[in-house]
Design a protein around this ligand. Sequence first.
Ligand SMILES: [Zn+2]
Length: 199
Amino acid sequence: MGAEIYHNDCEGCDISQGIKEPRAGGGIIELDGDWILNHYGGDEGFLGWLALQPRFHRMELTDLNTDEANALGKNVQRIDLALRQYWAIKFSEDPIRRVYVVYFFESAFEKSSDKYHLHIHLIPRTERFRRLSIRVEKTRGIEKVEDDVRLIAWNIHQLSGHEGFPSGYRTKPENDGNRREVEALMTYLRAYLRRSSTS
Ligand SMILES: [Zn+2]
């Protein structure tokens, strides 16, 4: 358990070794404890939606060795801070109110050709998403209690497909303009996380 192994048929291993470029662009960022950060490239993704994964092939949290497990919390904390700092500079009118930490990893249960190892989604939730969430609920015919904002999190995979979603946050791979936004964000995060690693 915890060996420095890669699997040839694992896309996560290909990305962490630099063999394959992440779909959304921006490359990878190496973090303490042999963790790798890249921008998420799924269709439901948007600017700032990141994937955190071990550098080596792991399929369960219990597969992590001691160094990997110990580094996880600190890495999540540093990424949270870095994302908020970037938004404060770039999108100061729409601050990040939380970074969701999501570990589903349902793909491990699918008979898919896209094999992938353990990864954790880090998803920025900005102030503007509150209004979007309410509108998404109304289009589904669900009347919300005005002060009940908990459904933002459960709708997060739908938000980027909503017509009111900020165009500057869209990251579908065919959108070359926003690929540059992903590159800019990842360049900032790479420098920020390298700096704070030694402090
Ligand atoms: Zn792997």
